[in-house]
Write a protein that binds this ligand. Structure first.
Ligand SMILES: [Mn+2]
Length: 377
């Protein structure tokens, strides 16, 4: 009997986005919508199991309304079970778990908290699956929590798929310079008895066949370091090898990313063409509704276009899809009229600038003008 899983991680419900001004509430709300879409996709694709591989919540101190909303959304999953692993942001705390206790109170009986580093057979939910759970117990950890999956005897579950669920960095995939996010390597994962791993923490989808590992990614991008749309992983685990006894059962997984996110974070560079419509040149790099764009603008324009650019920039910023404009590199052409106006005729500065403008050497004009202003010549 094949098993179909919808997997997500790093939902980070309760994230505040305090640096994003008036976009903050929209971005915070989008994370709940993303979890709803994960559940919807799971239902549409008739998934048996929904797995959340850590960081469902952004921190252990999220408001109880956040916990209740999460539990309500997850309760609409129509498969046999929702399994939730604590990640490094919503870690199990040794001092007692207000977060996970209130989650357990709010969640239904088809929700299972993976709160021990142990094997968890799911036969009581009528699923031919044993999970090897590796929850986080702190924000940081120098060593992974998957050790028990190395020396577990999997022959105790001859008819089950054995699926690891962990949270942390993966060597070569996740940036973890100091090795503080429960680091795992492809080699380590390969040596475990799992048929397949589902590992959270990395915010973009990966199917690491070498490591038999699926990284679902975050269902909704949470900043400019996530350049891909939000996704979840749809995983089919197939059993074959019939006829020669259960121990020879061969299990194989197939994984695909399904898009679940709304927002896209985009960085763009624009060199202004002073002749064209300035606002339109910026709008051309906005990929569409839901995108949050940071634009670096450069170019050299005349005095009139420079004034027009300042107006265009302000109106673009009032439009919240363009989140930030860095236009330090937009420079104004210097004209003879301006030089006559700003510098004393016959002065050193006046004659140098005038000669450079007449020679059409605008790079030199810009640089000389900058130096003269700096030194108040
Ligand atoms: Mn994490």
């Amino acid at each position: 009997m094949p098993v179909r899983i919808i997997a997500t991680a790093d939902v980070h419900l309760g994230m505040k986005f305090s640096g994003y001004g008036e976009l903050a509430s929209d971005l915070a709300e989008a994370r709940f919508a993303a979890l709803e879409r994960v559940v919807t996709v799971g239902n549409e694709r008739s998934c048996d199991l929904l797995i959340i591989a850590g960081d469902l919540f952004d921190r252990v101190t999220v408001a109880s309304v956040v916990v209740e909303r999460a539990a309500a959304i997850l309760s609409s999953f129509e498969g046999a079970l929702v399994a939730v692993l604590p990640g490094n942001h919503d870690y199990l705390s040794p001092s007692g778990d207000r977060l996970w206790r209130s989650f357990a109170d709010a969640a239904g009986d088809r929700t299972l908290l993976l709160d021990r580093a142990a094997a968890v057979p799911l036969d009581r939910y009528d699923l031919p699956v044993t999970l090897l759970a590796a929850p986080c117990d702190s924000l940081h950890g120098a060593t992974h929590r998957v050790g028990h999956a190395l020396d577990t005897d999997r022959s105790q579950w001859p008819d089950s798929a054995v699926i690891g669920v962990a949270h942390g960095s993966i060597d070569g995939i996740t940036l973890d310079t100091d090795g503080v996010y429960f680091p795992m390597s492809v080699d380590l994962l390969r040596r475990t008895v799992a048929d397949c791993w589902i590992i959270g923490h990395t915010h973009r989808f990966h199917d690491l066949k070498d490591a038999r590992t699926v990284v679902p990614g975050t269902p909704e991008p949470d900043g400019f370091d996530v350049r891909v749309p939000g996704s979840a992983a749809l995983i089919d685990v197939e059993f074959d090898g019939e006829g020669s006894g259960p121990s020879s059962l061969h299990r194989e997984y197939r994984a695909q990313a399904v898009t679940t996110g709304v927002h896209r974070f985009v960085d763009a560079d624009v060199t202004l063409d002073p002749v064209g419509d300035l606002r339109a040149q910026i709008e051309a790099v906005v990929p569409g509704p839901g995108s949050i764009v940071r634009v670096r603008v450069s170019g050299r324009v005349d005095e009139q276009a420079y004034r027009a650019w300042n107006l265009a920039r302000d109106s673009l910023l009032a439009d919240t899809t363009v989140y930030r404009i860095d236009d330090d590199d937009v420079q104004q052409f210097l004209t003879i009229e301006q030089i006559d106006r700003d510098y004393v005729a016959g002065s050193f500065a006046h004659s140098i600038l005038k000669r450079l403008v007449e020679a059409d050497d605008h790079d030199a004009v810009t640089e000389a003008h900058r130096l003269m202003r700096e030194h108040a010549l």
